[in-house]
Ligand binder design. Structure first.
Ligand code: UN1
Length: 481
């Protein structure tokens, strides 16, 4: 195969990496998507230096210049959503509809932050001292490190890079090693359509052990926004805390979906299918614990398995596919290990969890549903990150709430009910950062705050107007005039 290597972008130049990596299509492992530069620690340091040197220039650009740059990036992403969505689905394995939807979402995020630039505001307070004015303003943090996961190769980078640039920071972006293709395409658009001063935005593809580590430990990187696994996130958190850098972590979830007796069964099944299995269950917002009230339990399980039987698991780019393959061999092995663990712990597999053969060699797994599970089983404590859901039977609403909240995580939660009383009560008592009523736990709006509690998240919220908390530093000025 002759293919040109997609390079890293540092200080306004496309540069070769220390090594080259290839990404393959999880729907067809004979299909090599492309060749991508992989940086080492030295090259990452060059990117950080470039971002450091560009700080003053970018912070001094007018709000209109920044807004226009973000608007051009967003407009191009939207115009090219079909092609970018196709690349995303080919390299990550989510269905084409999901891939195109994500590309469009990335575009809209940039356009939202193009507007946010112009909405930046400060405050003026009366002082307790005569003749003194107190002003509160926000300034960029400086160099921001952005480390993103493989499951949303365009949307998550967009929702970190767009606010970082909007609020005047410079960026060193390290995408997941598994999906450099979408990240590279996004970086190319940012580099060209954004027409940013050199060094404002830098792309360094490569392994976490080298690139991620170099970003986390550089004293020039003032703030790091990370989405990924709990283990890596905690490591980055500790490193940042030790050197006094700001950090925002989005990690796992073990999100509960409560289904009450009075739920509309069709709605409940749709919400559960969407939350548990779409995007092949590879979302930290996915519903993996279906907490079902006793008297609707059997009807729900029956309706779920009937609906699951209609889901088509196949090549992500094939028409009619509902669920694409698992993203990688490693992830597939993890899913299979958890399926075996659940069975060994006494859970009953009522559907799926089988490796599938399709026309092309890919990581195909049928969505799995377990019943007769207890909340203290590993399958209900640890994040699988695959198309695997378990049903926990409860006797009433009170038990449902207590089981829902009994988890080390707290990203999102959901309830299916037709009762205003239970919906209102659940919104109040859920210990998650995001609560959904009759809508899936996954699939959030791009202009609303995103984030969780407990072991799921650390630091300020992402997205919407809340994003400014992380990407700016507050300054309080006192003036006697
Ligand atoms: C969504 O559910 O729309 O990695 C987004 C994740 C989350 C994003 C979920 N940070 O799955």
């Amino acid at each position: 195969m002759t293919t040109s290597v997609h390079k890293n972008f540092i200080a306004g130049e496309w540069v070769e990496g220390a090594t080259v990596g290839f990404n393959t299509n999880p729907s067809d492992t004979t299909d090599v998507v492309g060749a991508y530069a992989r940086a080492d620690a030295t090259q990452t340091a060059q990117a950080i230096d470039a971002a450091w040197d560009a700080k003053a220039v970018w912070a001094r650009c007018t709000a209109e210049q920044r807004s226009d740059a973000l608007d051009r990036i967003g407009t191009e992403l939207l115009a090219r959503r079909d092609e970018l969505g196709q690349l995303l689905s080919r390299e990550e394995g989510k269905t084409l509809a999901e891939g195109i939807g994500e590309a469009a979402r990335a575009g809209r995020i940039f356009r939202f932050f193009a507007g946010e630039v112009l909405r930046a505001s400060g405050e003026r307070l009366p002082s307790i001292r005569p003749g003194v004015d107190v002003e509160v303003t926000r300034e960029p943090e400086g160099v921001v490190g952005i480390i993103t996961p493989w499951n949303f190769p365009l949307a998550i980078p967009a929702w970190k890079i767009a606010p970082a640039l909007a609020f005047g920071n410079t960026v060193v972006f390290k995408p997941a090693d598994l999906v450099p293709g979408s990240a590279w395409a996004l970086a190319e658009i940012i580099a060209r359509a954004g027409a940013l001063p050199a060094g404002v935005f830098n792309l360094v593809m490569g392994p976490g052990s080298k690139v991620g580590h170099a970003i986390a430990s550089s004293r020039k990187v003032r703030a790091i926004s990370f989405t990924g696994s709990v283990e890596t996130g905690r490591g980055i958190g500790v490193t940042c805390l030790q050197r006094g850098a700001k950090v925002q972590l989005e990690m796992g979830g073990k999100n509960p979906l409560v289904i009450l007796n009075d739920a509309d069964l069709d709605t409940a099944v749709s919400v559960a299918i969407q939350g548990s299995f779409y995007s092949t269950g590879q979302r930290c917002t996915g519903s993996s614990r279906l907490i079902v009230e006793e008297s609707i339990h059997d009807a729900f399980v029956e309706a779920m398995t009937a609906r699951m039987a209609t889901l088509r698991v196949d090549h992500a780019l094939k028409e009619g596919t509902d669920i694409g393959p698992v993203a990688s061999q490693e992830q597939l092995e993890q899913d299979c290990r958890y399926i075996e663990t659940a069975i060994a712990e006494g859970a009953k597999r009522v559907a799926g969890g089988q490796l599938l053969t399709r026309d092309t060699a890919g990581y195909y797994l049928s969505p799995a549903l377990f019943t007769q599970t207890q909340n203290d089983m590993r399958i209900n404590r640890e994040e699988v990150f695959g198309p695997v859901a378990s049903v926990i039977r409860v006797k009433d609403y009170e038990e449902a709430v207590s089981v829902a909240n009994d988890t080390d995580f707290g990203l999102s939660s959901g309830i299916c009910t037709t009762s205003l009383k239970y919906a209102a009560d659940f919104k109040r008592r859920s210990s998650a950062g995001m609560v959904m009523v009759n809508v899936a736990t996954a699939g959030v709006d791009y202009h609303a705050p995103f984030g969780g509690r407990k072991g799921s998240s650390y630091g300020p919220r992402e997205q919407g107007s809340y994003a400014r908390e992380f990407y700016t530093s507050v300054k309080t000025a006192y003036t006697l005039s």
